[in-house]
Design a protein around this ligand. Structure first.
Ligand code: ATP
Length: 400
């Protein structure tokens, strides 16, 4: 169901609470990457231009026990002000929506911007307790959610607050995520190819199951491929293996066959005697066929034949969704598989979607980000989306 966006509401003179994702990396109080702040600008600028009183909120990090200076959003207010070219008032209120915040909001004129303190300074936030939701809602008339990275969590600022605000709509960032990923899952241009990798199969069980309902080809690489290889009866040596999921992998292979989905697994593997230590340190490798991994070796990347196989499948697609690296990409010697998939996606005319997290980091590290159709801003949220789950932060927004 399509959700209303900031384009569907009148905000002139209204107080609008915007849940942003300002969970930026910081070192010693300095923002080391402002990408998330930059990504939030279009929604904020639209609301300013429309004459709203723009009240921004976000979490930052994981404060455990209430307010902690190192998790203050004060540096974000400074950077945001520079990017917007106008003052951003920081409501430095440990209660987030307490008297100081109320006073800052009361002083706002149309087009002004206030940033509230870290929502996780209130312990109620992550428990979605009504008192804090009501306090947040009391500051505003309307609510805009633009924090895709947090919308798989039912917290006060991402979901609870909407019980007391109206209208509740999506910002441009969430709108884009929902329309691109929603189309891929519901009405993809075909062939539709999904590429899954990363370390833990456990995290992606439901994703595999759901994607088998949607895709034409499912490619599995990375550490999670070895449980599938084991399920095929191969020896996987010291490679990552989840014994408890072997039967699950057998079920998924049977499901793929039944549905006519092509399931591609690595046919050769780059092995080493052990995991590199440090992770990006020198490592001696050899390439073996995936059914001949020596008992004393560990598979750490897909081999050259597999790179070609996966790249061919990607090139023939009209839609490609990718989540999780093909190997230990943090090490240059073991990054070839991940690079091959990224390059095939970059070279393709297809709709290409990167599901956040490590694969997004890999694509950026390789300088290929601009070549992708969409890089999701939320690893966890995009995985839940691919699982077919209802995201609480989306479900609570008004339908079109
Ligand atoms: P996120 O959860 O942040 O979105 P992701 O889903 O992209 O990340 P993860 O499941 O967290 O991926 O796994 C990424 C990690 O998997 C990387 O650190 C990488 O080094 C590791 N990895 C990939 N292939 C292997 C392998 N064959 N053996 C061991 N580790 C591997």
């Amino acid at each position: 169901m399509a959700k209303k966006t900031v384009d569907d509401i009148q905000v002139q003179g209204k107080r609008v609470l915007v849940r942003c994702d300002f969970n930026v990396p910081m070192k010693d109080g300095v923002i080391t990457n402002d990408k998330r702040i930059v990504a939030a600008l279009p929604t904020i600028q639209k609301l300013i231009a429309d004459g709203a009183k723009v009240i921004l909120c976000s979490h930052l990090g994981k404060p455990k026990n209430g307010p902690e200076a190192k998790f203050s959003l004060a540096p974000v207010a400074v950077r945001l002000s520079e990017l917007l070219g106008k003052p951003v008032v920081f409501a430095d209120d440990d209660l987030v929506a307490g008297e100081k915040a109320q006073a800052a909001v009361a002083a706002m004129k149309d087009g002004d911007v206030v940033l509230l303190q870290n929502t996780r300074f209130r312990k109620e936030e992550t428990k979605n307790i009504e008192t804090f939701s009501k306090e947040l809602a009391a500051l505003a008339d309307a609510y805009v959610d633009d924090a895709f990275g947090s919308c798989h969590r039912a917290h006060c600022s991402t979901a609870g607050v909407t019980a007391f605000t109206s209208p509740n709509v999506a910002g441009y960032l969430i709108g884009k995520e929902l329309s691109i990923m929603g189309k891929a899952l519901e009405n993809a241009d075909r062939p539709f190819v999904a590429v899954l990798g990363g370390a833990k199969i456990e995290d992606k069980l439901n994703v595999i199951n759901n994607l088998l309902e949607k895709v034409d080809t499912l490619i599995i690489g990375g550490g999670m491929a070895f449980t599938f290889l084991k399920a095929k009866g191969y020896e996987v040596g010291k490679s990552l293996l989840d014994e408890s999921k072997i039967d699950y992998c057998k079920d998924m292979m049977a499901k793929a066959a039944e549905k006519g989905v092509k399931l591609l697994l690595p046919i050769d593997t780059v092995c080493a005697a052990g995991f590199p230590d440090p992770i990006d340190g020198p490592v001696e490798t050899c390439v073996v066929d995936s059914d001949k991994i020596p008992a004393d070796m560990e598979g750490l990347d897909i081999g050259p034949k597999t790179r070609e196989l996966f790249a061919e499948a990607v090139k023939s697609a009209k839609t490609v969704v990718w989540n999780g690296p093909m190997g230990v990409f943090e090490n240059p010697t073991l990054a070839q598989g991940t690079l091959a998939v990224a390059q095939a996606m970059a070279d393709s005319e297809a709709v290409t979607i990167i599901g956040g997290g490590d694969s997004a980091a890999a694509v950026e590290q390789m300088g290929l980000a601009a070549k992708m159709t969409h890089i999701s801003t939320g690893g966890g949220a995009s995985l839940e989306f691919l699982e077919g789950k209802t995201l609480p932060g989306v479900a609570c927004l008004d339908d079109k």
